[in-house]
Write a protein that binds this ligand. Structure first.
Ligand code: ADP
Ligand code: MG
Length: 416
């Protein structure tokens, strides 16, 4: 079986070798056992379920929250000669029926489904009549309230075990501190799953965090000096700031595109496509942008505002340097950001327990900004990796800075 997997790896995907632990994960699934995979963004999670779906008989069902990317993924797979389809709410009835037909007649290797689609009796009925090779639950942290991207639709995925006994399940995520990981295991009933937890270090990314002082000018200087021709992403907290910043960069000769949830879906798709296909392009975006985006040569990720958690910061900066070449994670923050984020949090209508979690996360993020020791060490410690030496590739290692004395006092004032 594993020999067959080796051949498919080379002949279908065109890769020379597995990246550990891909081979072990693939083996686990081929043998029909469940798996939990925690691997950084860009690590190669997709292959962990795509390949076993080709080896095992039947169709592999991939649950993904990323409807906007499903079609791209299906097209990319089709180009490799893999028979893939998707079911989601943005499709026409005709296309849905076509996919359903292909599934029924055994013409699909992989089927991408939005979680709410999977809940529909029609879909469950259809799936129960088909031979299935596996279920892959991508972006599995969406099932966790402690994770940073909770989706209620993911809660129902625990049913898969009862509804489809004998079909192996694999849950995959790039974000899992111990607590999120445990929540994934509990909620998806993956107690017997083989666990593959990979290191979180991204050594080629240089982390830098500074105080805000006319943030846009700082950003401009950074891009002009270090990345005049490069691909990058600039994250902002608000939609308004996204649009203003994109326009401002364009006026200064950069190919900058705005992206946020308030833009029309067509325009969003268009900008995403341009980002993926053009060189020297800068995406200015809210957190709405990025999950599942695979562009290897992003040379910098800049934060013009403070992210709301270390998980978010790690995910967002993780989009830089996926090709392994040097990349920058650059950020400026100010106390104004903290006030803004706190206001958003308090006004969010979330339950108290949830708000308490969010407050703790923001505190931790602020802590990362304020430390004077190695940032990478602190970041990795947050994800449970306690055995790293100072990295020599972050601002605090490269140019130790004096502490900003106002911070502690201001923080106390804020938390009063
Ligand atoms: P993730 O979902 O973990 O963020 P992807 O599955 O999108 O990562 O893979 C990231 C990149 O790594 C893709 O461009 C993919 O083609 C590439 N990749 C994955 N596995 C291998 C491998 N064994 N050899 C070479 N490239 C690989
Ligand atoms: Mg992925």
């Amino acid at each position: 079986m594993i020999e067959r997997a080796q051949h498919i790896l080379a002949d279908v995907f065109g890769f020379e070798s597995f990246r550990p632990p891909q081979d072990e994960v693939v083996k686990t699934l081929i043998e029909g056992r469940d798996a939990l995979v925690v691997m950084p963004t860009g690590g190669g999670k997709s292959l962990c379920y795509q390949l076993p779906a080709l080896v095992r008989e039947g169709c592999g069902v991939v649950i993904s929250p990323l409807i906007a990317l499903m079609q791209d993924q299906v097209s990319a797979l089709s180009q490799l000669g893999i028979r893939a389809g998707c079911l989601n709410s943005s499709m026409t009835l005709e296309d849905l029926q076509e996919t359903e037909h292909q599934l029924r007649t055994g013409e699909l290797d992989l089927l991408y489904v939005a979680p709410e689609r999977l809940q529909a009796p029609r879909t469950q009925n259809l799936l129960s009549q088909c031979r299935l090779s596996l279920f892959a639950i991508d972006e599995a942290h969406c099932v966790s309230q402690w994770g940073h991207d909770f989706r209620p639709e993911y809660m129902q995925l625990n049913q898969l075990k009862q509804l489809f006994p004998g079909v192996p399940r694999i849950a995959l995520t790039a974000t899992a501190d111990a607590r999120t990981r445990q929540e994934i295991i509990d909620r998806l009933e993956l107690t017997d799953a083989q666990r593959f937890i990979c290191g979180f270090d991204r050594p080629n990314i240089r982390y830098r965090i500074g105080q805000k002082d006319r943030a846009r000018e700082q950003l401009l200087r950074f891009i002009r000096e270090e990345h005049p021709q490069d691909v990058g992403v600039v994250y902002c907290l608000s939609r308004k700031r996204v649009e203003e910043t994109a326009e401002w960069l364009c006026e200064r000769g950069f190919n900058a595109l705005p992206y946020h949830a308030g833009l029309d879906a067509g325009l969003r798709q268009h900008h995403q496509h341009r980002f993926l296909t053009e060189e020297s392009v800068i995406m200015v975006a809210t957190i709405a942008f990025g999950m599942g985006i695979d562009k290897p040569n992003v040379r910098f990720v800049a934060h013009l505002d403070l992210p709301r958690s270390i998980e978010a910061y790690y995910q967002e900066t993780g989009r830089a340097g996926r090709d392994g070449q040097p990349a920058n994670a650059w950020m400026v923050y100010g106390l104004q950001d903290v006030i803004f984020l706190r206001q958003m949090l308090e006004g969010s209508g979330a339950e108290d327990a949830q708000k308490q979690i969010e407050r703790q996360k923001l505190e931790a993020m602020l802590g990362l900004c304020e430390i004077t020791s190695c940032r990478r060490q602190a970041l990795l410690e947050y994800f449970g990796e306690n055995d790293h030496e100072p990295c020599g590739n972050c601002d605090t290692c490269l140019e130790p800075v004096p502490v900003w004395e106002g911070t502690e006092a201001a923080r106390k004032a804020l938390s009063a």
